[in-house]
Design a protein around this ligand. Sequence first.
Ligand code: 9MG
Length: 274
Amino acid sequence: MPQHKFGRFNFPTSRALVMGILNATPDSFSDGGQFASLDYAITHAEQMIRDGVDIIDIGGESSRPGAPAVGLDEELRRVMPLIFALRDCGKAISVDTYKPEVMREAALAGVDMINDINGFRALGAIDAVKDSDCALCVMHMLNNPTTMQANPEYNNVVREVTAFLAERIAVLTAAGIDKERIWIDPGFGFGKTVEHNYALLKAGKQMVDELGVPLLAGLSRKSMIGAVTGKPVEQRLAGSIGGALAAVAHGAQIIRVHDVAETVDALRVWQAAH
Ligand code: 9MG
């Protein structure tokens, strides 16, 4: 049976995988400091596991436009205790970071994926991951999280994003990284208009065929869902599930989501109908 090697795990290619978003940021419900935040995040992770998650994506810095940058020490302080608490939970662990030092520590701690919204472009990022065997998610982002949504323009968004990802794959493999470790992600909402996002969504299979690596898609609760449904962020569950199924129909093999239980159910029904 064909499989994706994914750090310590082998996943079947015959179904799409669900990646649950776990924020290792201080939560707004608790004023109990670091340990309360850690407890809260672990409780959330345990719920995702009961709900059928495949991969838990731990992030210590929000990539939302306007979100405050987090320093290296603070990001390590947020992310590392969660990695240690969850790495033997039986589910694959991913870390969402663009900082080489965090990548290095996470890889040493045995995580299964590094998810880099910056496509491993930071100085030292490739060195930080090259000697590990975790999977690498290479995402496209135009400019940076502060400037990316200021009038994004492309002549041909699919061609330009595909060319960017092809270049990153070439750089990673030239550094000695096995292509089997690499996943691509068009980066919905990262320097794209609604039209750009849907053009990329529809081009998923074309990108996979052209680049020869599997695709991860993250559109949960994003503005591309709100633009079509007219719903605010807290009412985008049904739209996000529609988006997840559309992404799978267009070739995505991992769906990054907030709402694990509902997405797992939707994908199970989808799978049963194929
Ligand atoms: C961290 N993060 C936020 N949105 C994302 C997306 O669409 N893809 C990936 N890989 N990471 C994301």
